[in-house]
Write a protein that binds this ligand. Structure first.
Ligand SMILES: [Zn+2]
Length: 201
C-alpha cells in the first residue's frame, strides 16, 4: 500500500483519542502519522524487513496501549498510537503486493518479513500493488473520517496527502520505468546501495 494509505490508517488510530481524551489528540495524530510512515524508511536498507515487525510490533503496541490506559499522558498516548500505527503498517503490508519493481506483475512471493517466523510472508494482493486504484479508494475511505473530524491542520494535511496520492496513482506505472532508467545510470560501484529490485535494471 501507498505510504499515504499507511499514514491515514495510523492517523485514524488517533480518532478514539480525540473522542475520549481530546487533550492528547494533537500528539496522537502526529504519532499516528509518523508511526504509519516510519516502517517504509527501510526502503533502501532491507525493505519490509528492517523496520517491519508484523508479529513483534503488535505485541509491543498492545503493551503500550495498556500502559497509556493505566497512566495516560501525552508521552504514553503518543507512544501507544505510534507503535500501533507501525504495527498496523507491517500487518497490512501482507494485504498488498510483493516486493518487486512492478508489483502488478505479481511475480514476488515476498510481502513482509516476519522476524518471529524467520521467513517472508507471502503477499495476499487484496490491494494488488501500492498505487493501485483500489489503494486510492482505501486511502479515501480511511481519510474521510479524518477530514470530517479533524478541523484545522489534520483535515488540511489529510486533503493535501490525498492529492499527492491521486497524482502517485496516475503516475505509478510510468514511474517504475523512470526509476529503472535512473537505476541504470548509477555507476556499478554504487549498485550494492540500490534497493534489490533495481539491481537487475
Ligand atoms: Zn511497508
Amino acid at each position: 500500500m501507498m505510504a499515504t494509505t499507511h499514514a491515514f490508517a495510523g492517523m485514524a488510530l488517533a480518532l478514539p483519542v480525540l473522542a475520549t481524551a481530546p487533550e492528547f489528540a494533537p500528539a496522537a495524530f502526529v504519532a499516528g502519522l509518523v508511526g504509519g510512515l516510519v516502517p517504509d524508511l527501510d526502503l533502501y536498507a532491507g525493505h519490509r524487513k528492517t523496520l517491519h515487525y508484523p508479529v513483534y510490533a503488535p505485541i509491543a503496541a498492545v503493551l503500550a496501549v495498556a500502559m497509556a490506559l493505566l497512566a495516560p499522558s501525552t508521552a504514553t498516548v503518543a507512544l501507544a498510537v505510534g507503535l500501533a500505527a507501525a504495527a498496523l503498517h507491517a500487518v497490512t503490508d501482507v494485504a498488498g503486493g510483493g516486493l518487486e519493481l512492478r508489483p502488478w506483475l505479481a511475480g514476488s512471493e515476498r510481502a513482509v518479513y516476519s522476524h518471529y517466523h524467520g521467513r517472508w510472508i507471502r503477499p495476499r494482493r487484496w490491494i494488488r500493488y501500492d498505487g493501485a486504484p483500489e489503494d486510492l479508494a482505501l486511502a479515501g475511505f480511511v481519510a474521510a473520517p479524518l477530514i470530517a473530524a479533524g478541523d484545522g491542520p489534520i483535515g488540511t494535511v489529510t486533503i493535501a496527502l490525498l492529492g499527492v496520492s491521486t497524482v502517485y496513482v496516475l503516475l505509478r506505472k510510468p514511474l517504475a520505468t523512470v526509476a529503472e532508467r535512473l537505476a541504470g545510470l548509477v555507476p556499478p560501484p554504487l549498485h550494492p546501495y540500490l534497493p534489490e529490485r533495481y539491481r537487475g535494471a
